[in-house]
Write a protein that binds this ligand. Structure first.
Ligand code: FA5
Length: 341
């Protein structure tokens, strides 16, 4: 019994000395020290011995295990150093080999659409006006005619920061206030592209972060027909001249009247499918005539000036254009998706 233990010790030591690479070491460890290893089993067998022998046997078995663990650590260190040296040697640089071609990135599909949108509006005389993503409650809501505790706030589930009154913008509309205060009382024609954030239940059509492109035109004699005309012209350029567009009455606190813009579903040609929830139409933007209160908050006299505004979702527009069935692909960072653009 004690001899068996000593024989096991010798066999394990000899086998360890022969373990000259990581694979052999790993096999040695599981053969001797692992959960079902010989040394572990020998230790476990103490309980089956006559009482008188248990203490001495256990002591020796523990000594052997400790000695083997120490020897294993030393051998592992040796093997690691050897393998590293061998790796460095074999990896010596061959300057005659052709270089590795760097992976080429591409423009993200959302950025591609943003640029396309900006180009169309540029041709209609709209400049880009950039505003901040971290907003204050006042500009994101109050100055847009959405007072605190107003039920309309439920339309925008909001990410708050630890600083009271500082939030992540839920839409690009606060940019309207920034642009108006910058240019009042001159006429304005701008688009405001950028990232928005909403504390929403993520789904195939809803993300917690997404781009919007706000548009704002202010001047004298700007009418609803101007809004409908320019949005229709945009949609024709973006989706093709034969694609039908419709305006649906809606509600936004900062526009009056307000509308929603739908484009005929590209995937089913208007027949109704799962992407358009069977309606044949896909919503691409909210829009309306700028509310007199908002004009006033921006520094314009509503009895002289009027204007229209819209807010569209480039990711949704990209989905429409390319038949993408899930918005979550945009920020999932999966190159199999991104490579297709
Ligand atoms: C607004 O955010 C208004 N500020 C739009 C507006 C601007 C109206 C100016 C009037 C005047 P809405 O919540 O419907 O409206 O969002 C506008 C567009 O943003 C939607 O049509 C959609 O394309 C996109 N969008 C909204 N929420 C999400 C989301 N969770 N994920 C992806 N896109 C979204």
């Amino acid at each position: 019994m004690f001899e068996d233990l000593e024989r096991l010790y010798q066999a394990a030591s000899a086998a360890l000395a022969e373990s000259k690479d990581s694979a052999a070491l790993e096999a040695w460890e599981s053969a001797y020290l692992g959960r079902k290893g010989a040394v572990t089993l020998a230790l476990r067998a103490v309980g089956n011995l006559p009482k008188a022998d248990r203490a001495a046997y256990g002591k020796r078995a523990n000594e052997i295990r400790d000695a083997l663990e120490q020897a294993y650590a030393q051998q592992a260190e040796l093997v690691r150093a050897h393998e590293l040296a061998r790796q460095l040697e074999s990896g010596a640089i061959d300057v005659t080999l052709p270089g590795l071609r760097p992976l080429q990135g591409g423009i993200h599909p959302a950025t591609r659409t943003l640029r396309e949108i900006a180009e169309i509006w540029r041709e209609m005389g709209f400049q880009i006006f950039r505003t901040r993503e971290v907003e204050d409650d006042q500009t994101n809501f109050e100055l847009l005619n959405i007072p605190e505790h107003h039920p309309a706030r439920d339309m925008w589930d909001t990410f708050h920061t630890t600083r009271p009154g500082v939030i992540l913008r839920t839409h690009t509309s606060p940019g309207q206030i920034h642009a108006m205060r910058r240019y009042a009382p001159k006429p304005i024609r701008v688009i405001l592209p950028g990232m928005c954030f909403r504390y929403e239940q993520i789904s195939a059509r809803k993300e917690i972060q997404f781009n919007q492109v706000e548009g704002l035109a202010i001047g004298e004699n700007i009418r609803l027909s101007d809004l409908k005309g320019t949005i229709t012209a945009f949609a024709r350029r973006m989706f093709g001249a034969d694609r039908r567009v419709r305006f649906r009455g809606s509600y936004f606190p900062f526009t009056e009247p307000s509308m929603e813009v739908d484009v005929e579903c590209i995937l089913c040609g208007g027949k109704g499918c799962s992407v358009c929830s069977g309606t044949g139409w896909l919503e691409i933007a909210g829009c309306g005539m700028v509310h007199p209160t908002v004009l006033r908050n921006g520094g314009y006299d509503p009895s002289r000036f009027s204007g229209f505004a819209f807010g569209m979702g480039p990711e949704r527009i990209t989905m429409l254009k390319y038949g993408i069935t899930d918005i979550r692909y945009f920020w999932a960072n999966d190159v199999r998706f991104l490579n297709q653009f």
